[in-house]
Design a protein around this ligand. Structure first.
Ligand code: ATP
Ligand code: MG
Length: 279
């Protein structure tokens, strides 16, 4: 769905997709990296000194669960590999990074994320919450960002451009895969692949409607009492064709989504990177 509000965000996503296919080699004096250590995948976004997207990489991974590092060595290994690949392509060393955690992640889990990032050779300059990071490139002033990822749904409510509430609940793409797995009698990995193919979305929507309605209920519960103009969906699970219509119908608030919602949070994370090492 194309929306004027999402024009800038859509452009960033298009830039990322282009840069991931072909790295833009420029002699930038400095590079900023965004690291999204997700439940389903690890994404890296590299910006040049002018904050243009110049490189990117993503890889499916099973090393983080809802902001919690479940395979510490595995996480560092993947991150190092992606970092080295992008460093070779850019002919530079990547130093400064920003990372993200689901809203409400406790200090111990946030510390583990920090350690993974630093063990891969980065200096951590920002640790932001995921839906708020996404809003860095969406720019909602009054509304809600909902990041439906692999493991959880993160919510950030904005009023006059300020974050007034964040929340995170354990329902995400994995639950969608479980439903597909049950309905088609296939294993969960196969269900995940099937679910990602947009050709299957029309047939899947009625099957997945109850899980989408559950997510709508979660959003509704958290925005109760807030004056919300618009809901913006991001995260890989928001790629599901028609998910926005079900949520809009359930909640009764205009619901929009950018072109490829999966990369909005990682790009937003990168935009929060600076040269100020604070961790
Ligand atoms: N085209 C698609 N259609 C439907 N679902 C998709 C599509 N692409 C990805 N997904 C789903 O999105 C989920 C991954 O989303 P995302 O990459 O945002 O998660 P994550 O950031 O790794 O997880 P989390 O933020 O919960 O830790 C997976 O469950 C995946 O199956
Ligand atoms: Mg995520």
């Amino acid at each position: 769905m194309s929306n004027l509000l999402l024009k800038i965000c859509d452009q960033y996503v298009a830039d990322f997709e282009k840069a991931e296919k072909k790295t833009i080699v420029s002699k930038s004096s400095i590079y900023f990296t965004g690291i999204d250590l997700g439940t389903a995948s690890i994404v890296l976004v590299v910006l040049d000194s002018k904050k243009n997207i110049v490189a990117g990489a993503h890889q499916p991974a099973n090393v983080i669960r809802d902001g919690m590092v479940v395979d510490y060595i595995g996480a560092i290994h993947i991150l190092c590999e992606l970092k080295e690949r992008l460093e070779t392509q850019l002919d530079t060393q990547l130093l400064y990074a920003a990372a993200a955690i689901p809203p409400g992640t406790n200090r111990l889990d946030a510390g583990a994320i920090k350690n993974v990032v630093q063990s891969a050779g980065f200096e951590l300059t920002a640790l932001v919450d995921e839906p708020t990071a996404a809003n860095t490139i969406i720019g909602l002033e009054n509304g809600v960002i909902v990041d439906i990822g692999g493991g959880t749904t993160g919510i950030s409510i904005l009023k006059d451009g300020e974050v007034v509430k964040v929340a995170d609940e354990a329902t995400g793409g994995t639950h969608f895969s479980l439903v597909v797995s049950g309905a088609y009698q296939i294993d969960i990995d196969e269900a995940d692949v099937y679910k990602r193919n947009s050709k299957n979305h029309k047939a899947l929507l009625p099957i997945l409607k109850p899980v989408v309605e559950k997510i709508a209920k979660i959003i509704k519960k958290h925005i109760d009492g807030f004056d919300v103009e618009v809901i913006c969906l991001v995260g890989g699970t928001s790629c599901l064709t028609g998910i926005e219509s079900i949520i809009e119908k359930e909640i009764g608030i205009k619901t929009i989504k950018p072109k490829n919602p999966m990369f909005v949070t990682p790009i937003g994370i990168a935009m929060n990177c600076s040269q100020e090492i604070i961790y």
